[in-house]
Design a protein around this ligand. Sequence first.
Ligand code: PLP
Length: 970
Amino acid sequence: MTEKTSLQQLEQHDIFIRRHIGPSEAEQLEMCKTLGVSSVEELIGQTVPGSIRLPQEMNLDDAKTEEQTLAYLKTVAGENKIAKSYIGLGYHPVSVPNVILRNVLENPGWYTAYTPYQPEIAQGRLEALLNFQQVTIDLTGLDLASASLLDEATAAAEAMGLARRVSKAKKANIFFIGNDVYPQTIDVVKTRAEMFGFEIVVDAPEKAVDYEIFGALFQYTGAEGQVNDIKPLIEAVQANKGVAIVAADIMSLLMLEGPGHLGADAVLGSAQRFGVPMGYGGPHAAFFATSDKHKRSLPGRIIGVSKDRRGNPALRMAMQTREQHIRREKANSNICTAQVLLANMASFYAVYHGPQGLKAIANRIHRFADIFAAGLKAKGVALVNNSWFDTITFVADNKDEILARAKSKLVNFRTDLDGKLSATMHETVTRECVLELFDVVLGEGHGLDIAELDAQVINADSSIPAAYARKTDVLTHKVFNSYHSETEMLRYIRRLEGKDLSLNHSMISLGSCTMKLNATAEMIPVTWPEFGNLHPFCPADQAQGYSKMIGELSEQLIEITGYDNISMQPNSGAQGEYAGLIAIRKYHESRNDHHRNICLIPSSAHGTNPASAQMASMKVVVTACDENGNVDIADLKAKAEEHSENLSCVMITYPSTHGIYEETIKEACEIVHANGGQVYMDGANMNAQVGLTSPGSIGSDVSHLNLHKTFCIPHGGGGPGMGPIGVKSHLAPFLPNHVVTKVEFIGKNAIENVGIDNGAVSAAPYGSAGILPISWAYIAMMGKIGLRQATQVAILNANYVAERLSAHYPILYRGRNDRVAHECIVDLRPLKDSSGISEMDIAKRLNDYGFHSPTMSFPVAGTLMIEPTESEAKVELDRFVDALVAIRGEISKIENGQWTLENNPLVFAPHTAEDVLDPTWDRAYARDYAAFPCESVKLNKFWPTVTRIDDVYGDRNLICSCPSIDTYKD
Ligand SMILES: *Cc1c(COP(=O)(O)O)cnc(C)c1O
């Protein structure tokens, strides 16, 4: 009898853990050998200080298979009820063009890309984002747009910040908000204003100038649907030196004049209804436009047109000197991860439909609103407004009766208005929908006929006042008038995708950004309608599946972090920082410590830390790092003691941004606590903690988690993200809540302590809830053992890379036993001195070898920070190291004079096909060597589509709209 394998072993074969973790067990042992240890456990013992190790295994479930996970999530999703939503308020059912659904949202070529900091290998998404800016510019009627903010409400808060920066009304301290602005927007702006010490007045729009204001926000069209007469309001605000801001509905702007053409200083809104599912609140992109004169005050990223070394047009992120990475606490905002994938979807939606298609969609929405209004009027129902785009608010004397009928038919109205109801039409409304609405509002047997009503409406006066009907053209650029067949669209999407290097090509070893596997099984539930098609303000009984999934994820994250409570609201790590600092500030205030406003931040911190501290009106005091890259405990102690009267908190990253497990982290927490401060631990490096240690057990009070780093939400080319914050119970009462939908909290003290009236930091109660199934699935499929193994192998991979590279490059910092944590910093400054070659040259040369550059010059200028993650197999790590070793060899040839500093493959990198085929080629190296510097590249060549981009030219000649076709000719 031949010996059979045990059933358990056969079953183990299906386990997801070994799919997520790159190196096999045998390879792990081989790598251990390279490191001179006999097991991964031994390496971990050498690396992670015993004083912070968790005493026991996390209390989480065992790993589930992909099938089990998806089957369970399907039943959870089934507990959500998809209603017909007419709630509006900035969230609408959409019809996602299937060509965009499959080829963008469900396509790893798009969703696994990184933020386009390396523009030569990111021209595809940069073009899609430039299109997004062009859509924004055209529809709003302003000169300059940014490429996506987190949501409409935070965009409004950013607009208030811009108003404060540019307003000439220096003495005014009031920001005015029209009382018909969406309630969640008012909520988020109020939170921000409280932090900045601005006063908020909410009143009828025409009252704006009765107050001494530096800016005012109007909604166009108002929340109840009316087309506000905003032109005189804008003029009045400006006459008082205030900044006039308009929150606008993107679809309405196809029929309504762009607020910029009416004089507005800034216009913002959500791009959700351009083909992005509601997702119970997100993710979606917000748009933001202002005039050219405010360009330095614009929040968020701006894509600009520059040129490459060959003079070809090339796109890049412009004016980065405004941003948090450079300006830190003086930055315009703390926005880092934004909503690139969703902005791209919205821009593709505009490309696909074109101006005619979009106008037809907008007109159809508007027509159904007219028909609905005409039917109600015919039956004697009083309408609240006499103008509208898509929203009809009507007096409902028999509200309960209507709502009972609505419930039985799964129809959702906006219900929070006294004695009134409102219904907002959207892209997927049909004649049958409107008939059903009549049945619900009027009762069956009303006898209304859509065709008859339509005939009436066509002959009646327009429900859009003539002064506000759109007269200016939109989307005349060629890109919006070229790809209207599916074949053309498919190829356009594919063409752009092919310009970008994503995780489906090769590893993206971005230190601090944890670009790990985004498994297909994790992604699948995101586009299930049961998760996608829920309005964030739907009745709670329709969102039971979400409630369960979010509750379970919260409990798992509480266990992983060692905190007591969690808030899912922040839409990015930086927003988590902001929410966490608010909690700290409110905690001090609750103890009458209003004066505690000093925030200690080590010099190595990520730029969002000081930028967030500034948003919470804290004063940043920078503490030093020692020569080993550790937080200088003596300096921290001295500064904590010096400021102990006014100490609010420390913001500290662990393991440090230098990639080290500092032995003194507990001591650092104790020092801050002893001086009356709180500890904010930046959770971006959680990938080096999960299962081994935790912020809560180390002694921190609050952290954000970047679910788009550690917990597998893909980076999306620069967003979406999720930055939930975990807190110890004493901070739980200060977590954000939400004015429309009260948040359900999980964890210790969940019920009794949580501040029911706290303001919101995001437009939706659970942030970008639609992507939370990704992290849920990751935790389920890894289980407690797999999660810990992931951390261990992340550390193994980083140490292996560091070890192999150290023969060729100095590794800048090492911790105990000369080990690094989950990332390592390669010091290139000595090479710069000996050869003149910069980290930029090396980063670009890596593109020729088929790799994305590691993080450049953060946290130390002149270095690369490599984070391989656990998901990269040994073969890929070796390819990557081999590339860097080969590049080191190229640098030697410059050092020894074989190549000059002016003529070598590094300074000319990256090489495009056009470049190496140039008939005038006169380089000191061969064409084939330029493009195929090693054997492995021949099997998997990635061609950058532009050569080195001229940053300075791009900022001097700022162009942030689609260039005319002539640009491409000369
Ligand atoms: C990524 C990161 C952040 C910011 O997170 P976002 O989600 O991009 O806003 C903050 N701190 C550190 C150390 C990070 O790496």
